[in-house]
Design a protein around this ligand. Structure first.
Ligand code: SF4
Length: 440
């Protein structure tokens, strides 16, 4: 390992590039500047749930095996599969994501990333409506109103508010004083503690975001009178203050969180919010609203870029005869309709993240897991292949939440000569080439 180093942190999609690592001895180092979540990420190297050897399920138990045996079994499973799915890739490098798409093409598989149920939704919908996304630097320099909608910044991206809210920015004479924070959520999450006296807390009733959006739309269009009892559990005066900010501010950014992705009784709240933004942006000639989707995993945005540039499509990628074909299926419907016979999960805990009925079906077919830590998926996988931690034991490219590329660095060698994700996928691809698998 080198002397003191400034490195990016891959603890979340903010990819803070101001972390200083000071070597104490061969396996210990001090981390300066990272939040607790970031420190945990760096400490993952020596954590109890680290996977250090390959495993194969035998008699319903995971048994430690040599690499040769694990790879042999992996190749055998892939060779025997006619309809594999590949999923995850939000905590791997872009180089790995590209290799994974090439693997999916080779084995005529279906591939998608975690982004499909998160960041990618906003990207695709905003693109259709022509609503602009914004970079972190622009937010720091220009934003005067910061809105967190269904997004608990303090716990999921811990240093975000210190960068965007408590900073002054290039074009402002003051910092926090001129910035207004508005939080909309169904409960008082940890981020509410950051609110100051002139900020706005809007606790919306569960599944009623669309009601709030509808009334805001009506006010924008017709200047209607607000109902005295308020809307969606929000006080009339607070709605008035909210719309005043929306219509009179220069640079508003809305950070959209998971809380707004679930379909509600009256439809898709994300689509409705984007409609509202469109209306306000047309009405407010002196300002604009931009959106950012906040995915927690550090390289969710990367898959979007890599898939779009390699294959021209960023979600629900299905290959047949090694060519991209159109499909109406997504990862959830593929699993739900049992339209797969093998899953290859990379760098994610699909079993814990999916709804339980989907996870149950996923476990009914063989699972090959490539990851560096034990998770719910580890405990049900048929083959476990450990890899180096990208951003600590391996370098690679990642895209920050705002789609800015950041080069992750290697700080030290992985234990037990574990390969990185890209090297492992390379090995699988070259073994498949030798075996001439699934040839057209
Ligand atoms: S905010 Fe995210 S990227 Fe920054 S130090 Fe914390 S975990 Fe790491």
């Amino acid at each position: 390992m080198n002397e003191d180093k400034r490195v990016p942190c891959s603890g979340c999609s903010l990819l803070c590039d101001d972390i200083i690592v000071i070597e104490k001895d061969k396996s210990n180092y001090d981390i300066i500047g990272a939040c607790l979540k970031g420190i945990q990420k760096f400490e993952q190297r020596n954590s109890k749930n680290r996977i250090l050897s390959p495993y194969i399920r035998q008699n319903n138990e995971l048994v430690k095996v040599e690499w040769d045996e694990a790879i042999k079994k992996t190749i055998k499973l892939i060779k025997g599969s006619l309809n594999p799915i590949l999923y995850g890739f939000s905590t791997t490098s872009c180089e790995t994501q590209l290799k994974a798409i090439k693997l999916a093409q080779k084995i005529n598989g279906f591939i998608d990333s975690n982004s499909t149920i998160c960041q990618g939704k906003v990207l695709n919908s905003a693109k259709k409506k022509g609503i602009t996304t914004i970079t972190l630097t622009e937010i720091i320099n220009k934003s005067d109103v910061i809105i967190l909608w269904g997004f608990n910044a303090v716990e999921s991206i811990p240093r975000l508010l210190s960068k965007v809210l408590f900073s002054r920015g290039k074009f402002r004479l003051t910092g926090r004083e001129i910035k207004t924070l508005i939080i909309i959520d169904t409960y008082k999450n940890a981020s509410f503690k950051v609110l100051g006296t002139k900020d706005l807390a809007l606790i919306v009733e569960p599944d009623k975001d669309i009601d709030l959006i509808k009334i805001l739309k009506k006010i924008c269009k017709n200047n209607i009178k607000l109902p005295n009892e308020g809307t969606a559990g929000i006080d009339k005066e607070d709605i008035k203050r909210f719309i005043t900010y929306l219509l009179n501010s220069e640079n508003i950014v809305i950070f959209i969180g998971q809380g707004l992705l679930k379909i509600q009784k009256d439809g898709n709240p994300l689509e409705k919010l984007l409609d509202l933004i469109d209306i306000i942006n047309n009405k407010n000639k002196n300002g604009r609203i931009s959106t950012v989707m906040m995915g927690g995993h550090y390289n969710m945005a990367g898959f979007e870029h890599i898939a779009l540039s390699y294959i021209g499509k960023n979600q629900n990628i299905q290959f047949q005869n090694r060519k991209l074909i159109q499909t109406k299926m997504n990862i959830i419907s593929k699993i739900k309709e049992r339209d797969f016979d093998l899953s290859i999960i990379v760098g994610t805990d699909a079993i814990s993240h999916f709804p339980s009925e989907i996870s149950k079906i996923l476990t009914s077919r063989p699972i090959i897991l490539i990851d560096n830590r034990k998770s719910g998926t580890y405990f049900v996988a048929d083959i476990v292949l450990p890899t180096a931690i990208t951003g600590i034991e391996s370098e690679g490219l990642a895209f920050r939440f705002d789609h800015v590329p950041i080069k992750l660095k290697k700080i030290m060698n992985p234990p037990n000569d574990i390969p990185n994700d890209e090297e492992l996928l390379d090995k699988i691809i070259s073994k498949l080439d030798k075996n001439n698998v699934n040839s057209d």
